[in-house]
Design a protein around this ligand. Structure first.
Ligand code: TIU
Length: 225
């Protein structure tokens, strides 16, 4: 399959490509979670939910692998370095009790993926203690075992967890595509800059395209199997 991406065409094969949705969690998208404790207007992020839902539905229909990630710490915070915890908002830090349970802690209501994009059976859910999806998760080994070479990214936030994950993936040899309308930042100027820096210098980190471009490619492909 081919997408007329930027800065040039992105070729991929469904069987060796995963859709990776980064941290579409209540903690970032809904009021009362980690994102808001950091002083952000979280309402900006909800805007990408319909476009992301459409892509997820099309990818599921095509039979592709879906990987969801969650930024999540163990309840004892043994996987949260003090350097990370102490740089949060002083009023409500990682592990503290917030309106949606303990902030950024696995199993808490706020840590769940939003209902609109909830994982279904057979999809991977990777809890990650860092910003990047490859740090301390075993994701690379899982993807290698499955023969995955290409990753299509969406999620939040563009310049933090999405870009970090794309850079980690790029260094591990994956061809990475970012869906611009399926990613968002609390800072529109940071999103714009991240998108530009990813595709600059001949796709130095990866390619960019839109959800409808991906869906058009899926629709034009011959049926699998
Ligand atoms: N603060 C911010 O923009 N993002 C994060 O802390 N985590 C993710 O991006 N998921």
């Amino acid at each position: 399959m081919r997408i007329d991406a930027r800065p040039f065409a992105y070729d991929f094969d469904l069987a060796s490509t995963a859709l990776v949705l980064i941290d579409m969690q209540r903690d970032f998208i809904e009021p009362g979670g980690f994102g808001e404790t950091l002083g952000n207007d979280v309402s900006l992020l909800a805007a990408i939910v319909p476009a992301t839902q459409a892509v997820l539905a099309a990818w599921r229909q095509a039979g592709g692998l879906v990987v969801h990630t969650r930024e999540a710490h163990r309840p004892d915070l043994s996987d949260c370095p003090p350097a990370k915890r102490l740089r949060g908002a002083p009023s409500l830090r990682i592990g503290d009790e917030g309106p949606m349970g303990r902030i950024l802690v696995a199993g808490e209501p706020g840590n769940q993926i939003i209902d609109a994009l909830a994982p279904i059976e057979g999809e991977w859910v990777i809890d990650k203690p860092g910003k990047g999806a490859f740090h301390a998760t075993g994701l690379h080994e899982l993807l290698q075992a499955r023969g995955i070479t290409h990753l299509v990214f969406g999620g939040v936030t563009t310049e933090v967890c999405v870009q970090t994950s794309m850079r980690e993936a790029n260094d591990r040899g994956y061809d990475c595509l970012l869906l611009e309308d399926c990613t968002e930042s609390y800072f529109p100027q940071f999103k714009a800059a991240a998108v530009e820096m990813i595709r600059a210098q001949g796709a130095i980190v990866g390619w960019t395209a839109t959800g409808p471009q991906l869906m058009a490619a899926l629709a034009s492909a011959p049926p699998q199997g």
